[in-house]
Write a protein that binds this ligand. Sequence first.
Ligand code: SAM
Ligand code: SF4
Ligand code: SF4
Length: 334
Amino acid sequence: MTLTDTLRRPLRDLRISVTDRCNFRCTYCMPKEVYGKDFQFLERESLLSFGEIHRLVRLFRDQGVEKVRITGGEPLVRRKIERLIEMLAFHGDLDLTLTTNGSLLKHKARALKDAGLKRVTVSLDALDNDVFKAMNDVDFPVDRVLEGIDEAARVGLAPVKINMVVKRGVNDSDVIEMARRFKGSGHILRFIEFMDVGSTNRWQLNEVVPSAELAARIDRVLPIEPIEPNYVGEVAERWRYRDGSGELGFISSVTQAFCHDCTRARLSAEGKLYTCLFATEGTDFRAPLRDNASDAELTALIERVWTRRSDRYSELRTAETTKVHKIEMSYIGG
Ligand code: SAM
Ligand code: SF4
Ligand code: SF4
């Protein structure tokens, strides 16, 4: 029997944050003034071990989860992350993917592929080094991320998806150049509307560039058309270049909410389960795991959380909801 929530949405995807740490300080995610030298990240012992994650994934899979995305923070800064991939890939039927800022990908791609990872999503907000820096607030060369993308494709973690968060007045000038760069490359560039996740990124509606505006801008120079989704609940709206040179996507959480078929749960690095990216509270799985809960007890907890779920934040977003204190993206997992 399929486990469904109060809005009849099944549980299909699990996003797992394996660390709350990151080597970037993207202004829209981990602004430096909050995540400075003194910021207290989670202690090592509070993170779920690979064994604990593996056990939970097995139980979630039994409840209908088909897709697992490893994320963070920056997942590639967690030591021996490929070991976790290997453990999860043991469940051969899972669609196993990972989202990364790409900074360590060149050296890790082969090990990740060999461990059983299927694909990667790489975040890249600009091709111009100064604009890239204005987004991630560290001095990291764009070329190194591009090398990571090339290596991922070379070892077969393909198609590589590339996530570009667009902030008006900061990197929207790079949109066409990004589209040109990845058109015909076999990679899929996706434009993400700047979202009001967490409570530290000083989100303002006037910095969001609606996907419809971006699509129109791109269409004027590189003609595009919408195409059918691959499956129900797909986050990105799919488009393709009319000349047949590939696909691109738009993730429009602000202007075209897709809560009605949201099938995603998120597990934080310390083992709290959240049923929405914009949640204010989660359910602790670490304590029962470490108190020797049985599989049946953990499964009952998963069922209890999911069957009570009624989240649809993006459909209900107002000026007031954006001010509520929400969990940070680097903690909950993007
Ligand atoms: N560090 C990895 C990375 O950047 O790809 C994985 C974690 S990151 C939180 C996951 C995704 O969330 C990235 O593509 C990032 O650009 C996106 N993201 C973070 N904060 C966001 C925001 N405020 N609005 C839209 N997307 C955001
Ligand atoms: Fe780090 Fe990813 Fe957040 Fe940027 S978006 S600060 S790379 S976790
Ligand atoms: Fe899913 Fe929450 Fe995002 Fe809606 S706002 S799509 S329920 S994560």
